[in-house]
Design a binder for this molecule. Sequence first.
Ligand code: NAD
Ligand code: UDX
Length: 465
Amino acid sequence: MKKITKICCIGAGYVGGPTMSVIAKQCPEIQVTVVDINQDRIDQWNTDDLDTLPIYEPGLKEIVGERRGKNLFFSTEVDKAIDEAQMIFISVNTPTKTYGKGKGQAADLKFIELCARNIAKVAKDDKIVVEKSTLPVRTAQAIQNILDNTGNSVKFEILSNPEFLAEGTAIEDLIHADRVLIGGNDTPSGQAAKDALSAVYEHWLPKERILQTNVWSSELSKLVANAFLAQRVSSINTISALCEKTDANIQEISRAIGFDSRIGPKFLNASVGFGGSCFQKDILNLVYIARSYGLNEVADYWEQVIIANDYQKSRFAENIISSLYNTISGKKIIIYGWAFKKDTNDTRESAAIAVADALLEERAEIIVYDPKVSEERIYADLDYLNTRSPEENRRLLKVTKDPVEVTKDAHAIAILTEWDEFKTYDWKTIYKQMLKPAFVFDGRRLLDNDTMQEIGFNYYKIGQS
Ligand code: NAD
Ligand code: UDX
């Protein structure tokens, strides 16, 4: 088996950056080069001030600081990195298509195809090409076709190695991965490629956690894993609505059912709805794939997970409006948290965007505080919806760096991300300076019911009447 000494990763994003940093840390003898066409992003990865890396993940800056310039490099020289590497990871974005056939559901594979064509054009010796991006089942076949028909007759072995890290815990998830999945051909060269990639992970993971499968199972497993996880959140969120009508308590239910070892306690936190770049996109893609094979019932089943999630977000916003006497026009509402979960600066598909948009439709005056998300990002997320003009968004919604001061004369606070710091605020001071009755709508079940009520708040916690 050929030993891998040079790796290239195309795509320096939330997956490429942390994954390659961990490989570089755990495999000092492997040279890892992460390339991207986005010059700004690469400049940010190369910044001297490690607090301004493009991605915030606990533990990431320490690893980049340790390995960068030694065996970890960030560059825009895509062709050079492809040429030099024996193993090339493709970790580019695969967003939901916004145009043409499959619009709104299918994965947009244009970036993947561009990468495959680029590899075919540049490669002068045999390469192992690794699908790291999340892809529809059977994409490897399309990549193989492109590589075999446009290349310089060099031999390519394609592997599927989907990434299971979650944002906010990426480094921890990579270092202590539950499992690594490697799909490849059952031919001798396919087996050799799978073993070469296994050897990289065996630097720090026990062999029994590295699973080898055929390519198609590996590609499909990633979509299925995300669909199952998202389904749990949507399932518990539908029950949170029922709890609010019946005096049952969602936390007690999560605990009660989670004790059943067949169900387990994880991923049962009721919330304002799941967000993130993966769940919605991957389920929509699964729905599209099922429908394209004529499996309408299968497609409908999974689509309901998304419908339930949309319901949870709009239900939360409607509750704010009705609690504030059915009129929020001109009322000052503070949003705590814009990221789709704590410990990340990623806002893709964040529930906060949908909730803010619904409140803005009712002409509320919104002020947002998030410890890690930039003002530009918040406005970009809102503008992308196209619900109203960018000027209108900037007029109605402001962004603050001072979460406590801003609550002066506010009518309500909505907690939309579970940042730990929200628990440490001086809620008595906040209460004193808000207008009365002072409302807190807790979409993350972060605060204590009794304490908040004792202070005097009208406190609504999702899943509790
Ligand atoms: P991202 O948008 O953060 O990063 C993708 C990067 O690829 C961007 O910087 C972009 O400039 C670059 N890129 C696009 N086309 C390129 C090209 N032709 N050449 C060079 N660079 C190019 O995306 P991400 O969140 O890292 O996700 C990447 C993939 O991993 C997706 O398929 C996603 O579904 C999957 N995934 C994401 C997560 C997650 O938590 N974000 C987890 C598991 C899997
Ligand atoms: C997810 C998968 O967990 C990960 O394995 C995959 O590789 C990428 O997609 P990520 O989107 O980064 O990771 O975060 P995750 O922790 O899964 O949370 C997704 C969303 O669900 C967040 O908005 C989170 O707040 C929400 N969630 C999660 C809940 O509302 N309740 C829960 O119990 C768990």
